[in-house]
Design a binder for this molecule. Structure first.
Ligand code: MN
Length: 264
């Protein structure tokens, strides 16, 4: 039969070449179980921030075959690692301590594969909260399984119930000569804090770019200045409306992808 008229009209509304092509950013999802059914999801705050900054986010399901995952990876211009539950300590050579939190092994497997491919290909990576921890582990570093249990005199880093997610919990000091300082346009900033784990040993070929006043690592990036691989322990996507400088992190990520694509 014939194609419905309405579809032809929609097709005619806009020439295919009228679209501004944006870099495609993969966001590995998380396992969400409800009524014995599994969903793979991501928080809207990440997709909104990437869209605002000029990126095109796509969600990546978990438990895919290697060929399928690689097929998706090959189309990506960048990788965003979102926040979430704890990385399995075996990934950095430790047993699960009693104070370790919830673990999502399907997510670990997908994110570790994608992140290692991205590191190898110099694909731009932005890693937030659990993301900075996953990035550090993927590159060979380790984590504190619980700050409160393992770091004496640490500040309150976990979320306090009732506070907004954008609550400014502590300051960070940022290395002046870093992608993070350039992206934010400052070396001192108040940030939110919703994590109970943190980086212990920084991965080889990465460096610390931000710390909380208690020494907890709040930012890392690749030593290779030609590879944008940046992690933050705070959540810039939850602060962009009150602190516009936070969007600068997403802008820098998009610029890195556009720059890389122009060079290829
Ligand atoms: Mn913190």
């Amino acid at each position: 039969m014939s194609v419905p008229c309405i579809e032809l009209q929609i097709l005619n509304l806009k020439n295919e070449t009228d679209y501004k092509m944006k870099p495609l950013i993969g966001i590995p999802t998380r396992t969400q179980v409800e009524n014995d059914l599994i969903r793979y999801s991501a928080l809207a705050t990440y997709t909104r921030a990437l869209d605002l900054a000029g990126g095109a986010p796509v969600l990546i399901p978990l438990n895919l075959s290697d060929d399928t995952l690689r097929t998706i990876f090959e189309r990506l211009d960048g990788l965003l690692l979102q926040g979430g539950v704890d990385v399995h300590p075996r990934e950095y050579g430790e047993e699960v301590a009693p104070y370790c939190g919830e673990i999502d092994e399907a997510r670990d497997a997908t994110e570790l594969r994608l992140t290692r491919w991205a590191l190898q290909a110099h694909l731009p990576i932005l890693a937030i909260c659990r993301g900075i921890q996953l990035l550090n582990v993927a590159a060979g570093g380790s984590l504190y399984q619980d700050i409160a249990a393992q770091v004496p005199n640490a500040l309150q880093h976990p979320h306090i119930k009732g506070n907004p997610y954008s609550f400014r919990a502590h300051t960070i000091a940022i290395e002046p000569e870093s992608q993070l300082a350039r992206a934010l346009g400052t070396t001192q900033l108040e940030v939110n804090s919703l994590h109970h784990q943190a980086i212990k040993h920084v991965a080889p070929r990465f460096r610390v770019t931000a710390r909380a006043p208690d020494g907890i690592i709040e930012g890392i990036e690749a030593e290779n200045a030609h590879h944008f691989a940046l992690g933050v322990q705070f959540h810039p996507e939850w602060m962009i409306d009150e602190e516009p400088r936070m969007l600068g992190i997403f802008d820098a990520f998009i610029r890195a992808m556009n720059h890389r694509n122009e060079e290829r």
